[in-house]
Design a protein around this ligand. Structure first.
Ligand code: SFD
Ligand code: AMP
Length: 626
């Protein structure tokens, strides 16, 4: 029988998560904490060195404005994000990140990251905003800097503790509670301020990968909606919960396409050879003004490809061979230089995968792909929740103090809950921050949270009864399983409990079939979403019956609890927004057009933590003055 001991940790600032945002927050907060004699604690479900989306590394930094070089302005970045998200973005947040992101990149370089340089010593750009890097060890470098800063300031880093729920004192967050994934220990964190940075979510929707490939996805399987759950459960207002992200990737191993499209200038074509971005150009008129700008928004690029697939023109292909031939053509009169260039391009193509999606290199090797000889299949992935990339879901946070906007109620990046901050994938409507911008936003939140503690330096009032009740709830799946597992010959078939993976499949089936997943070709409607909500009632009821055989399954159970709330927020908000605005992400077949008169606004929601009743609301868009 499990016997959990309780470990209590008191701190001034608690940073929940250990990814890029948390590392940025830790680096900055430690600096200010040391000056003010405060303690910062970081808690991660995994180990900082390789946790989060950048575990495997990356081959590019996707946000660099180039202010020092005079390449671009912050206003131009805001404009880019506004267009890409079809008019829906918190321009104050995007602007704030844009003006700080370059300094994060310069720090990365100082800490040892190899950013590609050209003959003149200038950064090699993949595209206008993207820089090429040798990034296999990107996460290790950024984690090392965060660890050094925390250690230097006398803080604490606790790894392999899964955070389940926030601790609340009315509308104030006073810490978090979770459990060790290795030992039978409940962790109670008491904090004066808390930053949530637990990434986005995958496997809310049924993935394309099935059977032995299950678990393979573009987004890392270990980010499971904990950020969204944490802020929803705290009673925070959420935004853009309808804005999922579906990237187009090399099919089945999810290799990145950015370098091919931007650096190698490759074309994508259908099976019959048509370049869908050219053939279907007229469709973009229907999505004006956003469809008529360059770059064409990510969701519309997806959509044109999807229309080809729907018309029976699939599979789609990336013309790697054509792109390489075109680049090498410049050297055709010098056989030695030609050979050298071909070798260089071949190694860049493979390194792009080896730096960040190693399994794509495996798949190419397994299928005898030589990128200079043969094109490769690409496809739209399944939907993910990642507010830092080309999605936007997350908490609704207070904007920067020096901009005159309607979005200010406290400290920068504080949610509508007192003392609870969110950044990176955890904060919404500020897309296209990627790795570098998430780090920068983490720094912004880290500094603001320390300021909050300095101004509100009160001992957190943590209710013992709340801790007791949550401890019981956290370990309930183990107790339920222990009590009944011997009643059937096969423990996974048992009327008293549902195993975490069975629960996940049930959630995924609802999302896939009713909420516009892969098997529904990303289409949904009011009636389908309403039916999803009916099924959610039973799913939620059964979530209290999850049974876990060990600590690992306990984590799986809690991950799925978190996914379920992310799924529910998504369904509710797609239902609320009576139009189709991002057709390449999801398509409301009953309201198939964009309705700027009624829906050029944020669709926000809030769950009352006591009653679990949801309120849906519209919020105005504020546009950065020219
Ligand atoms: O181009 C808990 N991203 C890319 N960014 C770039 O700059 N360049 C690229 O090349 C990028 N590519 C890319 C990217 C993402 C992914 C998934 C792929 C490829 C395959 C985007 C960035 O990765 C992203 O913007 C940042 O990682 C966001 O940072 P953050 O910190 O918000 O999320 P995280 O790094 O995933 O960290 C999450 C942390 O939370 C922990 N955690 N801890 C405690 N309790 C729980 N319950 C927890 N749940 C999660 C995690 O362990 C982790 O530490 S490109 O190909 O698209
Ligand atoms: P990806 O590998 O698709 O995540 O792309 C990396 C970066 O390049 C992101 O900033 C994308 O928004 C951008 N990107 C990818 N494909 C294109 C494209 N065809 N046009 C413009 N930007 C792109």
């Amino acid at each position: 029988m499990a016997n959990f001991e309780t470990v209590e940790v008191s701190t001034d600032l608690l940073i929940v998560g250990g990814g890029f945002t948390a590392c940025g927050a830790a680096t900055e907060a430690a600096y200010w904490a040391k000056k003010n004699g405060l303690k910062v604690t970081v808690v991660d479900k995994a180990a900082l060195d390789r946790s989060g989306a950048i575990a495997m590394g990356l081959s590019a930094i996707n946000q660099y404005v180039g202010l020092r070089e005079g390449d671009n302005t912050c206003e131009e970045y805001v404009n880019y994000v506004r267009q890409d998200l079809m008019g829906i973005s918190r321009e104050d947040l995007v602007y704030n990140i844009a003006r700080h992101v370059d300094s994060s990149v310069h720090l990365f370089e100082k800490w040892g990251l190899k950013i590609w340089l050209d003959e003149d010593g200038k950064y090699v750009h993949e595209g206008r905003w993207q820089l090429m890097i040798n990034g296999e060890s990107y996460k290790i470098l950024i984690a090392e800097a965060a660890k050094n800063a925390i250690n230097d300031a006398g803080g604490e880093i606790i790894e392999r503790v899964f955070i389940c729920e926030p601790l609340m004192d009315g509308n104030k967050c006073v810490g978090a509670i979770g459990f060790s994934t290795r030992e039978e220990k409940i962790y109670v964190f008491k904090a004066k301020a808390t930053i949530t940075a637990m990434g986005g979510a995958v496997h809310v929707f049924r993935p394309r990968s099935a059977g032995e490939g299950f678990g393979r996805s573009w987004y890392p399987p270990f980010n499971t909606g904990s950020s969204a759950f944490f802020t929803i459960k705290a009673g925070a207002e959420m935004t853009c919960q309808e804005v999922r992200f579906i990237p187009v990737r090399f099919k089945d191993a999810y290799g990145p396409v950015g370098a091919w499209f931007l650096l190698f200038k490759s074309r994508a074509i259908s099976a019959t050879g048509g370049e869908y971005m050219a053939v279907r150009k007229d469709e973009l008129q229907n999505w004006a003004p956003y469809g008529l700008v360059k770059p064409i928004p990510a969701n519309l690029r997806n959509y044109l490809g999807m229309l080809d697939v729907e018309a029976g023109l699939g599979p789609l292909y990336m013309e790697t061979d054509e792109a390489i031939a075109k680049i090498a053509d410049e050297f055709k009169d010098d056989p030695k230089a030609f050979k050298k260039k071909m070798k260089e391009l071949d190694s860049e193509a493979w390194e792009d995968f080896l730096d960040m999606t190693i399994s794509q290199a495996h798949l190419w090797a397994a299928l005898n792909v030589k990128p200079d000889e043969k094109h490769s299949e690409i496809a739209a992935c399944e939907p993910y929740f990642i507010g830092s990339h080309s999605g936007a879901s997350g908490a609704w946070v207070s904007g920067p103090e020096d901009l005159d906007t309607p979005y200010k109620w406290g400290y920068a990046n504080m949610t509508t809950v007192d003392g609870l901050f969110a950044a990176g994938d955890a904060s919404g409507a500020s897309s296209h921050k990627f790795s570098s911008g998430s780090h920068a936003e983490g720094r912004i939140a880290g500094m603001a949270a320390i300021k909050y503690v300095v101004d509100n330096n009160n001992e957190p009032n943590v209710d013992a009864a709340q801790v007791e009740a949550l401890s019981k709830k956290i370990t309930a799946p183990i107790k339920l399983y222990d009590a009944h597992c011997n009643e059937t010959t096969q423990p996974e078939v048992n009327p008293n409990y549902i195993k975490p993976d069975q629960f996940m499949h049930r959630l995924q089936k609802i999302m896939d079939e009713y909420a516009g997943g892969v098997s529904s070709a990303f289409k949904t409607s009011k009636s389908l979403l309403e039916r999803a909500m009916e099924l959610f009632v039973y799913l939620k009821e059964d979530s209290a019956k999850i049974g876990a055989a060990n600590l690992h399954e306990l984590m799986r159970g809690w991950e799925n609890m978190h996914r379920m709330y992310q799924g529910e927020a998504h369904v509710r908000t797609m239902l609320f927004r009576d139009e189709t605005r991002w057709p390449g992400y999801y398509y409301r077949a009953d309201t198939p057009t964009m309705d700027n008169d009624n829906w050029l606004c944020f669709a926000n929601c809030r769950m009352d933590p006591a009653t679990e009743e949801w309120e849906m609301m519209k919020r105005d868009i504020w546009t950065l003055p020219e």
